[in-house]
Ligand binder design. Structure first.
Ligand code: C5P
Length: 188
């Protein structure tokens, strides 16, 4: 969805920076791409672009935890611990929400398997977002590793849009069509 949104935004004439983890997807034309590998690197990249951004969309499925054990070389069986210790990654979106300016629009994603709209609305409020895009991940035909999606777009001012099953590029365009006028209203 991140790549589809970057394309849709660029086609609407916006200057786009796409921060992405490792992927096989081809880079969208006309978009600045910044590649990261870890949640901490993604946080650093998002923090560095945040001040200059008007619309910030966090569609990445960021890992909530990372392993304490890290090695650039192969760890052999006999050196491997019985269990892995995990530590929490920072929630990038919460930290962006806490420093958001009134003229910026911050959009999050919520992948939910039940009570999709209720859980997403809670995240919208808890993370101080302007919009949240909610996905039902119990439906295996859409979302991750699929070209198609079906989402609910929920706004902090009470807007509610059900975007029915369609190619991700169409979903992305509909999301941008809803968000852009809302940003114009906020910023002017
Ligand atoms: O709370 P949950 O992980 O379901 O929220 C999903 C939203 O939070 C997504 O927009 C995702 O990009 C963002 N997120 C984040 N940093 C994390 C975990 C999730 O920015 N460590």
């Amino acid at each position: 969805m991140g790549f589809a949104l970057a394309r849709a935004a660029e086609e609407q004439g916006m200057i786009v920076t796409l921060v992405t983890g490792p992927t096989q997807l081809s880079r969208p034309d006309g978009v600045t791409v910044m590649e990261v590998e870890t949640a901490l690197e993604m946080k650093e990249a998002m923090d560095s672009y945040f001040d200059q951004a008007d619309i910030i969309i966090m569609s990445a499925a960021v890992s909530d935890h990372r392993a304490v054990l890290k090695s650039d070389e192969k760890i052999h069986k006999d050196q491997f611990p019985e269990s892995l210790n995990l530590i929490k990654n920072p929630d990038i979106l919460i930290s962006l929400g806490s420093k958001k300016r009134p003229d910026q629009v911050l959009v999050g994603f919520a992948a939910e398997s039940h009570d999709v709209v209720e859980s997403a609305t809670r995240k919208l409020n808890d993370k101080n977002l302007d919009w949240i895009v909610a996905n039902d991940i119990s439906n295996k035909d859409i979302g991750f590793s699929s070209d198609k999606n079906e989402v609910f777009l929920i706004g902090s001012k009470g807007d509610f849009l059900h975007i029915c099953l369609a190619d991700k590029c169409i979903i992305a365009k509909e999301i941008m069509d809803a968000i852009y006028p809302a940003w114009l209203e906020k910023a002017h």
